[in-house]
Design a protein around this ligand. Structure first.
Ligand code: HEC
Length: 208
C-alpha cells in the first residue's frame, strides 16, 4: 500500500527522477488546474451549457404544468385546478426529474406547500433576485456549484396575470371562495398577495 500511495515528498522525488523539467512543469500545471476546478469555479462554456440545460428542463416542466392547469380551469374552475396542483405538481416535477436524471424543485420565500420549503442557498438566491428586481434589473438564471461540486441551476419565477386568481390579493383577484378552497388543502398558505412582476419563487434544479 505504501508503494502505491506515496507521500507528497516521494511523488516529487519520483517526478525529479523521471521527468524532464518541462514535462514536470506541465504535470504540476495539470494537477493545479484539476485542483482549482474542483475548488469551485465553472468555465464560461460550462456555465452556458448548464444554463441551457436548466432552461430546457424549466420550459418542459412549466409547459406541462400550465397546459394541464388551463385545461382543468376550463373543465372545473378553480376547485378542479387547485386539486390538480395539489395532486400533480410534486409528482410531475419528480417524473420529469427521473426522465432527465436531475432533481427539480419549485420553492419560494412565501410558500403554499410546506414540502416546497427553501434551503439556505435557495433563500440567498431569492434575496439576490429580489434585490435585482428592486433595482429594476431583470433577474436571470444562474448556475452555482453546490458543496459537493455539482452544478446547480436557479431561475426566477415571476407572477403574471394568470397566476393572480390563486396567488393574488384576497377579495381582489383572489375570490373568498378560491381562497377557502386553497386553505382547505394548505391551511398554512403564505403564497397570496402577489402582484404582476413580483418574484413568486425560483426553480431550483440540481444537474448531474
Ligand atoms: C388554480 C390555482 C393556481 C394558479 C392559477 C397558479 N397556482 Fe401556483 N400553486 C397553486 C397550488 C395549489 C400550489 C401548491 C402546489 C403543491 O402542492 O406543490 C401552487 C404552488 C406554486 C409554487 C410552488 C411553491 C409553493 O409555494 O408551494 C410556485 C412557484 C407557483 N405556484 C407559482 C405559480 C405561478 C408563477 C403561477 C402563474 C403562472 C401560478 N403559480 C398559478 C395554485 C395555483
Amino acid at each position: 500500500m505504501a508503494e502505491l500511495m506515496p507521500g507528497r515528498k516521494k511523488v516529487l522525488k519520483w517526478l525529479n527522477k523521471h521527468l524532464s523539467k518541462v514535462k514536470r512543469n506541465t504535470f504540476l500545471l495539470i494537477i493545479s488546474i484539476t485542483v482549482f476546478s474542483c475548488s469551485g469555479t465553472l468555465s464560461k462554456k460550462e456555465t452556458e451549457l448548464f444554463t441551457e440545460k436548466g432552461n430546457l428542463i424549466v420550459k418542459k416542466t412549466a409547459e406541462e404544468l400550465s397546459g394541464t392547469l388551463t385545461a382543468k380551469m376550463k373543465d372545473g374552475g378553480i376547485p378542479m385546478a387547485v386539486e390538480y396542483c395539489n395532486i400533480a405538481a410534486l409528482p410531475l416535477t419528480s417524473e420529469i426529474s427521473e426522465i432527465e436524471h436531475v432533481s427539480i424543485k419549485r420553492t419560494s420565500l412565501k410558500i403554499r406547500n410546506p414540502q416546497n420549503s427553501p434551503n439556505e442557498e435557495e433563500i440567498e438566491v431569492m434575496n439576490m433576485f429580489l434585490s435585482m428586481i428592486n433595482k429594476s434589473k431583470a433577474p436571470k438564471p444562474v448556475v452555482k456549484l453546490d458543496e459537493s461540486g455539482k452544478p446547480h441551476y436557479y431561475a426566477p419565477i415571476l407572477i403574471d396575470a394568470k397566476c393572480l386568481m390563486c396567488h393574488g390579493t384576497l377579495d381582489r383577484e383572489l375570490s373568498k371562495k378560491a381562497d377557502s378552497i386553497i386553505k382547505t388543502y394548505y391551511p398554512k398558505d403564505l403564497a397570496t398577495g402577489f402582484k404582476e412582476g413580483d418574484l413568486r419563487g425560483i426553480w431550483s434544479i440540481s444537474l448531474p
